[in-house]
Design a protein around this ligand. Sequence first.
Ligand SMILES: [Zn+2]
Ligand SMILES: [Zn+2]
Ligand SMILES: [Zn+2]
Length: 176
Amino acid sequence: MKTRVENEFQSERELFEEHIRKSGLRRTSQRDLILDIFLRTEDHLTMEDLYWLVQKEDPSVGQTTVYRTLKLLTEAGLAREVRFGDGKTYYEHHYNHEHHDHLICTECGKVIEFFSPEIEHLQDLTAAEYGFRLTNHSLRMWGICQDCQRSIEEPHQTATGAQPKVRPRSVPGGQF
Ligand SMILES: [Zn+2]
Ligand SMILES: [Zn+2]
Ligand SMILES: [Zn+2]
């Protein structure tokens, strides 16, 4: 089992080791565990999310260690930060992952990843139009996912039934 996992993330491991060495740090079993759990989780995680996943496997790992390791992973190009307008910083896999953008449900917080060559092309054209040399971009669209649309359209029957059920829609905050 161990060898399988080791082979699976071989190049990620090497990248991380190299970055750790360059930063004058040592490899530790705790950092290795955090790296493993991060690589195994194909999701958008906050530092706290990752901390709880690590806690399940080794309760002796502190929050600061998880935080610092996540920073190292980001510096090494294995993780990247993404923000979905809820004031939190999420991390996702970066290395060996195709560029993608995000649709964010303001009802349930679901995040859908998408890639549109047409949109990518339009962004390049827009940048060129302004003589702007594009180095990076992040496109996020907020709205209501299919599941949430269904539950809004079919509200639970209430005894009074007179008032239309209007859900307050959370407005994404100004923090990006
Ligand atoms: Zn894009
Ligand atoms: Zn939703
Ligand atoms: Zn993503």
